[in-house]
Design a protein around this ligand. Structure first.
Ligand SMILES: Cc1cc2nc3c(=O)[nH]c(=O)nc-3n(C[C@H](O)[C@H](O)[C@H](O)COP(=O)(O)OP(=O)(O)OC[C@H]3O[C@@H](n4cnc5c(N)ncnc54)[C@H](O)[C@@H]3O)c2cc1C
Length: 261
């Protein structure tokens, strides 16, 4: 039996770019460069390693996002995933984590799966809750924040590192896991991988394909509302200390002044 792995990947604004809030207090994603959330590259990497170990496995990468989110799927396909699903719909604008989990769960069920792998958090919303919400909606076990993961005889196993101790965890498939940025370096797409990705299938679904009503998602369906947003003040140049023999003393006085020491 082929092991069906679904990896959820988010398309996020480039953190080096200028990020703003739009008039409706959602993040302005138009005209902003975006990319595959770096923390999801680890999820793709672990899926590829599990597939390498399995007799037969297929990796589907799944994203919920605007048109440009296809770039995140292309990156994951060029790393080695087999196929992709893009859920795109204008009514998804402003969807919160709870709404996102609904769309992901419905898409995962429609795609068919044995194991869902997610990143530990997105690099923009950083909630870290979507994998748990998806597992709840699918009614399957969740094993989150793993730094090591493997699949054996229908069981997913892994290690979760805490501050004081590490836990060995396992769950029977089907299950949802999330992996951390300590789970191993994510591979860079090879030129061959980038070329192959262009031919790999990307299915496009909208809300009607998933039997989801517009009022269940978007700003209208959101459980969390952004009340107000203020632009972060522009960075000031800061204090420049020119060391003419008293540099150390000036620095100590500055740090003491800031109550850092
Ligand atoms: C600055 C900012 C603040 C926000 N604050 C909130 C908030 O307080 N409450 C709230 O409900 N929403 C919030 N949102 C919206 C939220 O980002 C989106 O709903 C998002 O799709 C899910 O939440 P997250 O980014 O926190 O995901 P996380 O829970 O951090 O994501 C964990 C993993 O879930 C998967 N995943 C998440 N989103 C997607 C997606 N769209 N497609 C595919 N896989 C995905 C990825 O594998 C990711 O690694 C915020 C967004 C931004 C940009």
């Amino acid at each position: 039996m082929s092991l069906r792995i679904v990896v959820t990947v988010k398309y996020v604004p480039d953190a080096t770019g200028d990020r703003h809030f739009a008039d409706d207090l959602t993040v302005d994603r138009d005209d902003v460069d975006g990319l595959l959330s770096e923390l999801d590259e680890y999820a793709v990497e672990q899926a590829l390693q599990i597939a390498d170990e399995a007799d037969d496995a297929e990796i589907t990468v799944l994203t919920v996002g605007p048109e440009d989110a296809k770039d995140a799927l292309r990156k994951a396909l060029s790393m080695g995933a087999d196929k992709a699903i893009h859920v795109e719909d204008d009514d998804l604008h402003g969807t919160d984590a709870i709404g996102t989990s609904l769309v992901l769960a419905k898409a995962i069920e429609k795609a068919g799966y044995d194991l869902v792998i997610s990143g530990m958090a997105s690099t923009d919303g950083t909630g870290g809750i979507v994998p748990a919400l998806v597992a709840e909606r699918l009614g399957v076990p969740q094993v989150t924040l793993l730094s090591e993961v493997s699949v054996e005889d229908g069981t997913v196993k892994g290690r979760r590192d805490g501050d004081a101790a590490s836990e060995q965890l396992e769950a029977s498939l089907p299950a949802v896991v999330s992996v951390t940025d300590q789970s191993g370096e994510a591979r860079y797409p090879s030129f061959k991988g980038i070329m192959a990705a262009k031919k790999k299938p990307v299915q496009s679904w909208d809300l009607s394909d998933l039997d989801i009503e517009a009022e269940e998602v978007g700003l209208e369906g959101a459980y969390t509302v952004v009340d107000s947003a203020t632009e972060r003040p522009a960075r000031t140049a800061g204090t420049i200390v020119k060391d003419e023999g008293e540099g150390g003393k000036q620095l100590a006085e500055f740090l003491a002044g800031q109550k850092f020491i």
